[in-house]
Every structure is written in C-alpha cells, then in structure tokens.
Ligand binder design. Structure first.
Ligand code: PGA
Length: 256
C-alpha cells in the first residue's frame, strides 16, 4: 500500500509573514491528518527557511519549487541542493510545466536536477504532463512516457522508488478545468508502465503518483478514489488553509 502524499505548490505567492501564517494554520492541525498522509509545503525560496522553522516537529514537510544541479559556484540566481537542505527542505519539485514552458526546462535538465537532488538526500517530485494540443492530436501518452524516460535516465531502481511523479496536464493547471479521475488514473497507469519497462514491477508499484491541475476540496475524492493515484500536487487551493486541509482530509477519507 503506497502512502498518500499531498503537496502544495505556492508558486510565486506569499511573503515570509504570510507564508509563516499559512504554514502555522496547517501544521497546528497536522496531528489530525499526519498519520494518513505525507504533507509537503513548497513556498517560494525566500520563505522556505521561515516556513520550515514554523512547521518543525509537526510532521509537515517542506520542499522547494526548483533547484540547480551544480553544488556551488558562479551560477548567478541559482540555488543548490545543499542550500535547500540547509534551509530545511526535504523535497523539491522538478520540471513543473511552468518552468518547462517559461524558463527553458528540458528533460535533460530535469534529469540532472533529479540526480543532484537524490545525491543530496532531497526527495524529488517530478512533474510531467501534456499540453492541450498534444492531447488533441492524440500524443499525450507518448509525451508523458518521454518525459518520464528523460527524467529517470541513469537513475537507479532504488533511487527511483523514492521519487514522486506528478501528472499535471498543462491544460488543467490554474484553469479550473481539472482532468477526470478516469483520465488521471489512465495516465498514472501509463507512467507505471513506463517505470516497469525502465526498472521492474516492484519499482513501478513503489513510486507514488500524484494528479495535479485545478484540484480543490470538492474534486479531490474523484482523484483519490483512483487506484493508481496516490495524492495531489495542488497550486491555487494550497494557498488557503481551509481548502488545503479539505483536500488532505478528502484524500485520507477516500483511501480508508
Ligand atoms: P493548480 O496548479 O492547482 O492551481 O491548477 C497545480 C500546479 O501547477 O501544481
């Protein structure tokens, strides 16, 4: 049985005081949900340390939204894995579609970041997902397969098992137009099949797969009830404590 995992991607939102207040509202209630589900908050870099300090000892984890693969040096504007660990992160989102579309993130860069994250002891959440045009032309499965193969190239089976893959169809992100539970489950199946071919059935069964894209308290159950879906990567609805807690409880209740 795979453990559920709900992650909140705050994107470019929240100052330090606002982020600490949100983290406090979530972590103070964490005892109620933490036994059934991993919960990860991913603030912007500036708020990572303060949020990590606020949730310390609560069981809620902290992740970053991106990382650079080099350890140190002349890379203006970048942040290394070691720096993230130092600031209190145990997770990192890699390859989010906004980074792929707006900041030149390629499968090769995703792969380098994934390897660096694992080497530093950070657990990666690898984002994959097709655009609307790719879905309409019937290439969604192939696109996602390629992204998974690219991300995991050269990663050992042991390390791969610890990763989380977030299936986030680009057309569902921030649009209010979520995928159906059935489509999300079917793509999670494609991801597992790809991992089974790269590694083994054991690895493919161990990797946790999230759905992401317009998840809210009202539709979480539809995704949580899918056998291949182990959680969600949540953007907009992770910015309000009540909504995010509603999503976590819907996840836990559905997997009972
Ligand atoms: P959304 O974003 O929940 O606002 O659609 C999801 C994401 O980008 O991770």
């Amino acid at each position: 049985m795979r453990r559920s995992i709900i992650a909140g991607n705050w994107k470019m939102n929240k100052t330090i005081p606002d982020g600490v207040a949100l983290a406090g509202a979530l972590s103070d209630d964490a005892a109620e949900f933490i036994d059934g589900c991993d919960v990860v908050l991913c603030p912007p870099f500036t708020a990572v340390k303060a949020v990590a300090d606020r949730v310390a000892e609560s069981g809620v984890d902290v992740g970053a939204q991106d990382v650079f693969w080099e350890a140190s040096g002349a890379f203006t504007g970048e942040v290394s894995c070691e720096m993230l660990v130092d600031a209190g992160c145990s997770w990192v989102i890699i390859g989010h579609s906004e980074r792929r579309a707006m900041f030149g993130e390629t499968d090769d860069k995703v792969n380098k970041k994934m390897k660096a994250a694992i080497a530093a002891g950070l657990k990666p959440i690898i984002c994959v997902g097709e655009t609307l045009a790719q879905r309409e032309e019937g290439s969604a499965d192939e696109v996602v397969r390629r992204q998974v193969e690219g991300a995991f190239a050269g990663v050992s089976g042991d390390d791969a098992s610890k990763a989380v893959v977030a299936y986030e169809p680009v057309w569902a992100i921030g649009t209010g137009r979520a995928s159906t539970g059935e489509d999300a489950n079917s793509m999670a199946g494609v991801i597992r099949d790809t991992l089974a071919k790269l590694y083994s059935g054991d690895v493919s069964e161990a990797v946790r797969i999230q759905y992401g894209g317009s998840v809210k308290p009202g539709n979480m159950a539809e995704f949580a009830q899918q056998p291949e879906v182990d959680g969600a990567l949540v953007g907009g609805a992770s910015l309000k404590a009540a909504d995010f807690i509603g999503i976590i409880t819907a996840m836990i209740d559905s997997k009972k």
